[in-house]
Design a protein around this ligand. Sequence first.
Ligand code: PEP
Length: 249
Amino acid sequence: MGRKFMVGGNWKCNGTVEEVKKIVTTLSEAEVPSEDVVEVVISPPFVFLPLVKTLLRRDFSIAAQNCWVRKGGAYTGEVSAEMLVNLGIPWVILGHSERRLLLNEANDFVADKVAYALSQGLKVIACVGETLEQRESGATMAVVAAQTKAIDEQITHWSNIVLAYEPVWAIGTGKVATPAQAQEVHFELRKWLHVNAGAAVAASTRIIYGGSVNGANCKELAAQPDVDGFLVGGASLKPEFIDIIKSAT
Ligand code: PEP
């Protein structure tokens, strides 16, 4: 079963109105493979979602970087899945390691968010990944399997989820996983899906890699059989993001 290549651009907590307009203009002018070949999803901070939605080329899609775990209400500072749906935002990134680590988002909490977002009709980029300490102690697969299992236990189907394998030690550090390291974990994650969610889920679920992807290293990573695309942080704010999108072909 073919898995369409996906490239997500996570802008994190960056940007001004002027910068957003500049990035979106650069994206609009770029020649990239068609949307049949690569799905591009741009994820600006919440406050810029309406602006980006208005200006962004129609063959690119949009994701929020987070949403609240339940229906909105008395949760100061939160943004609900219903609000994203109301704005016409189709995707949300959940479980990013910056939120897991800095805001103590536990596996079950992330899984609850994934299930709730799906129930409201959002599609989810669900992030998993190990710290350097966990990798060095040989716990990589146990960690990402536990994160994935928590999600699997809360959801009824995987069809609207993309798994993003993002080793924490590679995020924003310039220290990218080697193609072999990425492939190894993606392969193991797909095997985990096969055993626990079934052959069809394993064959169809996209597993994308994130962590210091740039214009220079994307081609080799993209060539790995179980790497179905990228979630890009720092480089998604730069023109080289176009080269990363082009690595799909
Ligand atoms: C990310 O934040 O999802 C990410 C992969 O960041 P970077 O590309 O900057 O490492």
